[in-house]
Design a protein around this ligand. Structure first.
Ligand code: AHR
Length: 498
């Protein structure tokens, strides 16, 4: 059995967990909106056509913020098409995903939905085919009390009170050649700065996220971040990161080693943010919004066969397996280890489209990745402790990959410490030791494990509980030292308290 240890000190902290790190994303894409969160003809729909069964599952995920309406979609979107009487809303071709958008669901319906799902909005503006003028108008529509054209228009649409949306994305993946209105870093930096400046004139309390690179592998990665921030540093509060991983080569060890790449990606973007800060001699620090992250590759081939100009097709419907759940856990642990600077993160996406929740006409079910997200989101609140991981490593294309991904979160309010750990070893169990003598009187309250003998095991509508968390017999604490056995290929939540 391999051996590993965690070294922590209750005074040696990374930072407080910003709860928005447990955000997610709903785009007008495939069946995320239509048949996902909104399906008026479903027996599960409420009086507004919102699916109650889906809302119930989202509440279990405990998602404090949801990014909307895109994604690539936002770069061609006219938000005005989705507000006002539904019978007047236009059906339009949607060029990001080659479908027909009916606009039967829009900004106001989304805001109603956020209340029912116990979440809040992170709204994106179109800086692809549109620009600062449109960005100004949507902030006015959403956040001003009244007495101006767009705020009064909102009232006319039945929304007397402002939506008060405080977190805004300045476009989406503007470095990507696939993006409508794709720009060079200089062009985007300028438009982000000007749109941001004008949006803050309308509501100075909003926070803005500028687009970083669409992935770590983009050829312009690095120079893009540097140039965009050089132009827009004063106006923006966060820089975005997007990253999806896949196991196209069917190599589980390499796939799970992607947490090393994610860690490097975060550190490198932080270095650039801080280098621009130094060059500009600024006091303000730019933090990170990892506003698209997940596993995405299972549906790629299928999606190439899709017919154009249909409504709400089955698009990006990845069916997740157990190894995907392990990587999702590892990615969340990686972000928590940077909790001092990663303030917002969005699992992309939430329903039907590369999602933890799937729907059919007869129900909604949890994919494998639902479980690590729900466990970490629910138990990972508090302060992240600097967690030194002493574990054996294996070689990967990203360099040495530890067999163990782990982090400890302390919650002083409810007097708990929670260890999140992934044993990436595909053959061997691991004996984990952690010295918790500083936490006098703490015992193991609960040990939850997610594991399966088959890394390719999936949850389906017929077998929704194939991959699901189980309780492990309480581990012994001996003189304040925790010893736990982590089964091969498994994710663990070990909760300690008084
Ligand atoms: O989440 C799916 C797509 O991935 C988003 O629309 C886009 O921003 C990214 O490329």
């Amino acid at each position: 059995m391999k051996k590993a240890s965690l070294c922590i000190d209750r005074h040696y902290i990374v930072g407080d967990v910003d709860k928005r790190i447990y955000g997610s994303f709903i785009e007008h894409l495939g069946r995320a909106v239509y048949e996902g969160i909104y399906q008026p003809d479903s027996p599960f729909a409420d009086e507004q056509g919102l699916r109650k069964d889906v809302i119930e599952l989202i509440r279990k995920l405990n998602v404090p913020v949801v990014r909307y309406p895109g994604g690539n979609f936002v770069s061609g979107y006219h938000w005005e098409d989705g507000v006002g009487p539904k019978e007047n809303r236009p059906e339009k071709i949607e060029l990001a995903w080659n479908v027909i958008e009916t606009n039967q669901f829009g900004l106001n319906e989304f805001m109603d939905w956020t209340k029912k799902a116990d979440t809040s909005a992170m709204m994106a503006v179109n800086l692809g085919t549109r620009g600062p003028e449109d960005a100004k108008n949507i902030v006015e529509y959403c956040n001003l009390k009244g007495g101006s054209y767009y705020s009064d228009l909102r009232k006319k649409h039945g929304y007397e009170q402002p939506h008060n949306i405080k977190l805004w994305c300045l476009g989406n993946e503007m470095d990507g050649p696939w993006q409508m209105g794709h720009k060079t870093a200089e062009e985007y930096g300028r438009i982000a700065a000007e749109a941001g400046r004008i949006m803050k004139m309308v509501d100075p309390d909003i926070e803005l996220v500028a687009c970083g690179s669409a992935s770590h592998a983009m050829p312009t990665f690095g120079t893009w971040e540097d140039t965009v921030l050089a132009e827009s540093y004063d106006q923006v509060d966060y820089l975005s990161l997007h990253q999806y991983y896949g196991n196209q080569e069917n190599n589980t060890a390499e796939f799970l080693a992607n947490t090393v790449d994610m860690d490097h990606f975060i550190s490198e973007v932080l270095s650039i943010c801080d280098a621009v800060k130094a060059k500009k001699r600024k006091k303000k620090t730019i933090n990170l919004s990892f506003d698209e992250w997940n596993v995405w590759y299972h549906s790629n081939e299928q999606d190439k066969k899709l017919e154009r100009w249909v409504k709400a097709p089955h698009q990006l419907e990845d069916v997740y397996n157990f190894e995907d759940a392990l990587l999702v856990a590892g990615m969340m642990i990686t972000m928590l280890r940077h909790a001092d600077r990663v303030k917002v993160a969005c699992l992309a996406q939430l329903v039907n489209v590369i999602a933890p929740i799937m729907t059919s006409d007869t129900g909604a079910w949890m994919q494998t990745i639902f479980h690590p997200f729900a466990l970490i989101s629910n138990y990972g609140r508090g302060t992240v402790l600097n967690t030194l991981v002493n574990a054996p490593v294996y070689e990967s294309r990203h360099g040495d990959a530890p067999y163990l991904d782990a982090v400890c979160v302390m919650n002083e309010e409810d007097e708990t410490v929670t260890i999140f750990a992934v044993n990436k070893d595909l053959e061997d169990s691991m004996e984990l030791t952690c010295d918790l003598r500083q936490f006098e009187g703490y015992q193991v309250k609960e040990h939850i494990m997610l594991t399966h003998s088959d890394v390719k095991a999936e949850n389906t509508e017929e077998h929704p509980d194939n991959v699901a968390p189980v309780k492990v017999e309480n581990e012994a604490m001996d003189g304040g030292i925790l010893k736990a056995v982590l089964k091969d290929k498994s994710f663990h939540v070990i909760r300690l308290g008084k």
